[in-house]
Design a binder for this molecule. Structure first.
Ligand code: AMP
Length: 217
């Protein structure tokens, strides 16, 4: 199957959709945010740097992401397609991604842009909760995706936590980063004729249906 890339502002639901795609199509989900969150828990110089940067909402240095991505894409499970989420985040990274794909003999695949306005995102960001164990994502501000009990996972009974960068202040920075740094990559993919836009202000199911149509067209 074709590879998939998601481009979306923070809290647009790309993580949720990526998990749905993973479960249905059994391809790996490569999220630089997830990889970096793991690194941020390490007690080392790089761990501390990543922790501070994530908490501020700014982007980590490009060079850190390149090695992570290349090492991950080299693994065997990526040969039959993968979802890349959170990378590239700026034009430099997009050019580097082209080089990495070329080097590994992969196609870019479908680039899916999830559009949604800022006001809706602000509401979502403060309500997002994630299960510590099975990673299911909930939103306590949205009746369609809230858990039965605010702090407990419906699926596995695990404890729900809030990401340290899911507060309005960090959101503001992340959103500005998205507009300034990430939006310019949209044109890069439009020119390559691989970009498809979908409306992110819809139910999880409807958005997933749109994504399925793109995958199966
Ligand atoms: P995400 O989970 O995609 O929202 O990413 C969370 C945070 O990780 C971002 O706000 C950045 O600080 C960092 N991050 C994720 N991907 C990248 C990337 N490709 N380049 C630089 N920083 C990134």
């Amino acid at each position: 199957m074709k590879n998939i890339m998601f481009i979306a502002p923070p809290a647009a639901g790309k993580g949720t959709q990526a998990e749905l795609v993973v479960n249905k199509y059994k391809i790996p989900h490569i999220s630089t945010g997830d990889i970096l969150r793991k690194i941020s828990t390490e007690d080392s110089e790089i761990g501390n740097y990543v922790y501070e940067t994530l908490a501020s909402g700014k982007l980590v240095k490009d060079e850190i992401t390149y090695q992570l991505i290349e090492d991950r894409l080299k693994q065997d499970d990526c040969k039959n397609g993968f979802i890349i989420d959170g990378f590239p985040r700026n034009l430099e990274q997009a050019y580097e991604y082209d080089r990495i794909l070329n080097k590994l003999g992969y196609e870019i695949g479908n680039v899916i842009l999830i559009n949604i306005d800022k006001k809706k995102l602000e509401k979502r960001i403060t309500g997002r909760r994630i299960c510590e164990d099975c990673k299911t994502i909930y939103n306590i501000n949205d009746k369609f995706s809230s858990p039965d009990i605010d702090s407990i996972c419906d699926n596995c009974g695990g404890k729900l936590y809030q990401r340290s960068d899911d507060n309005l202040e960090a959101f503001q920075t992340r959103y500005e980063m998205y507009q300034e740094k990430t939006e310019p990559i949209i044109d890069h993919y439009k020119k390559k004729n691989v970009l498809v836009e979908i409306n992110g202000d819809d139910s999880i199911e409807n958005i997933f249906n749109e994504i399925n149509k793109i995958i199966n067209r």
